[in-house]
Design a binder for this molecule. Structure first.
Ligand code: RIB
Length: 304
């Protein structure tokens, strides 16, 4: 193992509004603050893995606006290889995020330059990297770019991890090339139409997803932990107990932590613990990229 990960995914500017409670349709409410953070599921997962000291290569696209330069600066400061990030004409991806006083969030993503990620460029860049342990992708880039990531990743011997967020009409040709599928409860329900409210139901939904191709399916369930199914069997793993203030990017931290564990050659069970620890710590700090924990913090929680 080389501890090397390629992330094929989005980079966004997150505009985060904090408010006491979400407005109903047609209602106006006051927010309490507005912040601007780097984000995007691809960038968040790349940073999560890089802070856990994996070697991370990012493939994606930003706009040729000031935000694109700012996002590229973040990538480089996090020691992530940015050579696979194109600068497309137009605006960078943007996410409008509302976080209420209970820590619940709602997110609207305007893809912008993320829609310019080109499947040919993804395949060429991945091939040029040679040995990659894990290719990690999510649903905020064009589906044909995700298909290219999974196909090319397989051809160079990488393990393919897909976080199907947001839920889209993912084609069979993508799912059959996925090794590990990581939806949250909401996504697992949308993808299968099955209930996921309790552990038994969630395992059945995971098994239904497994039939579409991935050998391992992990459904993350927030503070209820995660359920998984693999060729060795099925089970659940507990969540770490923390006091959450903002769960934005907690799922991304889980995926980045999982990928980092797998790229180091840990077992799936250990990699899930890495993911769970990173996800729990991310929920204790506000923002997406700003909340992602260091290797030291994750190790400390794992050893506690
Ligand atoms: O998963 C959280 C992320 O979703 C945010 O950073 C936002 O950019 C959206 O992609």
């Amino acid at each position: 193992m080389h501890n090397r990960i390629a992330v094929v995914g989005s980079l966004n500017i997150d505009l985060v509004v904090e408010l006491d409670r979400m407005p109903s349709a047609g209602e106006t409410v006051f927010g309490t603050s507005l912040q601007r953070h780097p984000g995007g599921k691809g960038l968040n997962q790349a940073v999560a893995a890089a802070r856990l000291e994996s070697e991370v290569h990012m493939i994606g696209a930003v706009g040729d606006d000031g935000s694109g330069d700012w996002l590229l600066g973040v990538v480089r400061r996090e020691n992530i290889d940015a050579r696979g990030i194109a600068q497309a004409s137009g605006t960078s991806g943007t996410a409008l995020i509302e976080v209420d006083s209970t820590g619940e969030n709602r997110i609207i993503v305007i893809p912008g330059a993320n829609n310019a990620v080109d499947p040919g460029a993804v395949a060429a860049h991945l091939t040029s990297l040679g040995a990659v342990d894990v290719v990690l992708t999510q649903g905020e880039v064009p589906i044909d770019a995700m298909v290219a990531a999974a196909e090319t990743g397989r051809s160079i011997g990488a393990r393919i991890v897909l976080n199907p967020a947001p839920v889209r009409d993912y084609p069979a040709e993508l799912l059959r090339n996925v090794d590990v599928l990581v939806p949250n409860e909401h996504e697992a329900h949308e993808l299968t139409g099955m209930p996921v409210g309790n552990m038994v139901d969630a395992v059945e939904a995971a098994q239904a997803l497994q039939e579409k191709g991935p050998s391992c399916v992990i459904i993350t369930r927030g503070d209820k932990g995660a359920v998984w199914t693999s060729p060795e069997g099925s089970g659940q793993s507990a969540a770490f107990k923390v006091s959450p203030v903002d769960t934005v990017a907690a799922g991304d931290a889980f995926c980045g932590g999982l990928a980092s564990g797998l790229a180091r050659g840990t077992t799936m069970a250990e990699a899930m613990r890495w993911g769970a620890a990173a996800g729990a710590l991310a929920a204790t700090i506000k923002g997406a990229v700003p909340s992602l924990p260091s290797l030291e913090k994750v190790t400390e929680l794992l050893e506690r």
